[in-house]
Design a protein around this ligand. Structure first.
Ligand code: CTP
Ligand code: MG
Length: 558
């Protein structure tokens, strides 16, 4: 089915792409055996939805009813929602693209006297109609969808009231995961950028990848996008057997990397000069994977635009598949990511920290190593692949099965609480100094090079996903795993604490793990762990580091 959609897309250009994608999605959906759609299908569906949508900057007192009534003069509205990000915005999805065209037809160029406008028209609009303001109600005229996670303190309070660690883990996942509205907004931002890039490359598509679509995205995560020019890449060219044989005259460059750099340089310039709402544009073209980084103010997303990054798209598809196979995968990844962020194991600043992507691969590996395994290895997924799944990108075998129903799963009934505890225990004693984490084989392998942490890139197998991690960051991770295992082994931590004063129950279970840990005093914990396991032993015993000290340590990356 992927091949069918692929052929369809490559043959079509401009608005035909939209119709082709929609048709292919409809057919693929009806073909799906087990209800799980492949990421490729989900993406095509979302892209098509985004092309029928507009983003409108509103007033906080915009009257929803009047607003919708005016907009629906241009056609049927399928879905809309409001949110706040440097002002109030509305995402409006029409049933047909003609309605968007009609709406844009009626929009005017801003009339300002003291400034000049870059005359680039987009689907990012501002509401100027004062009639739509709510005069009766001085408060918000609409309900706004949250686009950020609740503050950690608020989450901690809510989790403290849960009845089991399993509940806490699912609760955390539900509070952190991307909402339907946030996913729509991500695809809409890609679609708006696509309009800019299409001025040069009408056949291109800008697709989200990474945590925006792999199922592991947290509200507020960055928006990774890639400019897909595969349709005009010269790959899979078919020679006509007879008749006129013409080819395009094209400029040549020394390497594919040089082509990527020049495309991103031009598109980056366009985004900077013409892109409404795009600010702080940085062209980082000499990175291993060249990119353009900017902030999209109306959505509040930090965006990374890459090109020719098809291997990353494959790893996104793979993580999506793992997340869809068993609900425990996503729950565990969210919990570990949140735990890691709270303790400064991961950071929003690039550096020697473990990344979210590395952590996710570590969770996948851990789940492959359960007995029986909860998810299959990448090699097993490759063996299950059909001819249409075959994929070789820049010499790397990226083949794996796309039909979820072909994947046999073992019955492993471990609870989330057990898995969380086992995860910490597993990495608290993992032989990092000798072994590499390998999700292709589902078994640790001898390290091919001297580096503190080695996680083999699943598709570019000569690369280490965690090359940036230094010894002290790895040590902190291991120490925190040791302390977390120990905490979870204390029986008094694993049952809800009832009201220790006021109305808030005391911290217990997962909440304990999200509070400052002793870290510095953790070395040699393994020996201590046994003796401390006796009932009544204080978790925050003598010599515990003050929370502020721990956070200073984290801030220093120490
Ligand atoms: N990627 C990769 N190899 C790496 C780093 C990243 O293949 N060494 C790919 C992965 O598919 C990853 C995507 O690029 O999901 C985006 O990378 P990044 O933004 O660093 O990670 P995310 O998974 O998006 O997580 P986050 O929420 O932290 O952005
Ligand atoms: Mg990302």
């Amino acid at each position: 089915c992927l091949q069918r959609l692929d052929t369809f897309l490559h043959r079509s250009i401009g608005s035909d792409v939209v119709a082709a994608q929609a048709e292919a999605v409809r057919r693929d959906q009806s073909d799906a055996k087990d209800g799980s759609k492949s990421l490729y299908v989900v993406q095509a569906e979302r892209q098509e939805q985004a092309e029928r949508s507009v983003l409108i900057s509103c007033h906080s007192r915009t009257n929803e009813k009047k607003f919708l009534k005016d907009l629906s003069k241009h056609g049927d509205i399928k879905k809309h929602f409001f949110y706040e990000s440097y002002g109030v915005y509305a995402v409006v999805e029409f049933s047909s693209q003609e309605s968007v065209a009609s709406l844009l037809e009626g929009a005017t160029i801003p009339a300002v006297s003291h400034e000049s406008m870059v005359p680039f028209k987009s689907r990012l609009l501002s509401l100027r109609n004062l009639n739509s303001l709510d005069s009766s109600n001085q408060q918000a005229g609409q309900q706004r969808q949250p686009q950020t996670t609740p503050p950690i303190n608020e989450l901690i309070q809510r989790l403290s009231r849960d009845e089991s660690i399993d509940h806490q883990i699912t609760h955390l996942t539900e509070s952190y995961q991307l909402t339907e509205e946030n996913i729509r907004l991500r695809f809409l931002v890609c679609s708006l950028l696509n309009d800019i890039a299409a001025a040069y490359f009408p056949e291109c598509t800008i697709k989200p990848f990474g945590s925006s679509v792999n199922g592991f995205g947290k509200l507020g995560c960055d928006l990774d996008m890639f400019l897909d020019l595969d349709g005009i890449s010269g790959r899979n060219v078919k020679m006509p057997k007879s008749g006129l044989f013409l080819e395009y005259q094209m400029k040549r460059a020394s390497s594919e990397r040089a082509v990527t750099q020049s495309i991103l340089s031009v598109i980056g310039e366009c985004v900077d000069q013409f892109g409404p709402g795009c600010v702080g544009v940085q062209k980082i073209l000499n990175a291993r994977c060249p990119l353009v980084r900017f902030a999209h103010q109306p959505s509040g997303f930090q965006c990374d635009l890459t090109a020719n990054n098809r291997v990353a798209m494959k790893s996104t598809e793979l993580l999506y598949l793992y997340g869809e196979l068993d609900p425990r995968v996503r729950c565990l990844v969210f919990t570990i990511r949140c735990w890691a962020r709270t303790h400064g194991v991961t950071s929003s600043i690039p550096g020697a920290w473990i990344t979210n992507f590395s952590l996710t691969v570590m969770v996948v590996f851990f789940l492959q190593r359960r007995n029986p395994p909860i998810i299959p290895t990448l090699d097993q997924l490759r063996e299950l692949a059909g001819p249409a799944d075959k994929s070789v990108i820049e010499g790397n075998d990226c083949t794996f099965v796309s039909d979820f129903s072909k994947i046999p799963l073992h019955s492993n009934t471990a609870t989330l609480e057990q898995l969380l505890c086992e995860f910490f225990d597993f990495y608290a004693s993992f032989p990092f100094s000798k072994m590499s984490i390998n999700i292709r084989k589902g078994k640790e392998q001898n390290k091919p090079e001297v580096t503190p942490l080695h996680i083999q890139n699943p598709f570019e197998t000569s690369l280490n996903v965690s090359k940036n991690v230094n010894n002290s960051q790895l040590d902190r991770f291991v120490a925190l795993c040791q302390e977390s295992t120990w905490l979870l082994q204390q029986r008094e931590n694993n049952t809800p604490r009832r009201h220790t004063g006021g109305n808030t129950p005391g911290p217990w279970g997962l909440v304990q793990l999200l509070m400052p840990l002793q870290v510095a005093g953790v070395k040699g914990r393994k020996g201590k762990r046994r003796e401390a396991a006796s009932p009544g032993d204080s978790v925050r015993g003598e010599g515990s580091v003050q929370p502020t000290a721990v956070f200073q340590l984290i801030a220093m990356g120490g």
